[in-house]
Write a protein that binds this ligand. Sequence first.
Ligand SMILES: [Zn+2]
Length: 115
Amino acid sequence: MHPTDLEITDYVDGSLSTAAGTAGEDRAAVDQHLERCPDCRALVADFLDLRRTAAALQLEERTPFRILERGYAIVYDSSGKVLRSADQVDIGDDIAVRLARGELDATVRAKKKST
Ligand SMILES: [Zn+2]
């Protein structure tokens, strides 16, 4: 079973403790899971990326989950790659949108050039 988004985000934040006890076991369990789960490894990478972006934007809130709570979202193409430009998709392509709670499957209907 995959760790929850909240566990992943705690892991990324380092608040999933490395100390002994249950919290440490949680972190070790996530480490073990990441070794064999490319999907979750990709999610950790995306969250780390989101943290760096938040830092660059000087958002005071850098916890990936909280950033999503503020209304930001991460958009992926059908292969699970994070989208940064409308050029990365074509009209009709399936995309996925990760929100603070849940995920949306969507289809690109139109594209607009950035200004
Ligand atoms: Zn997983």
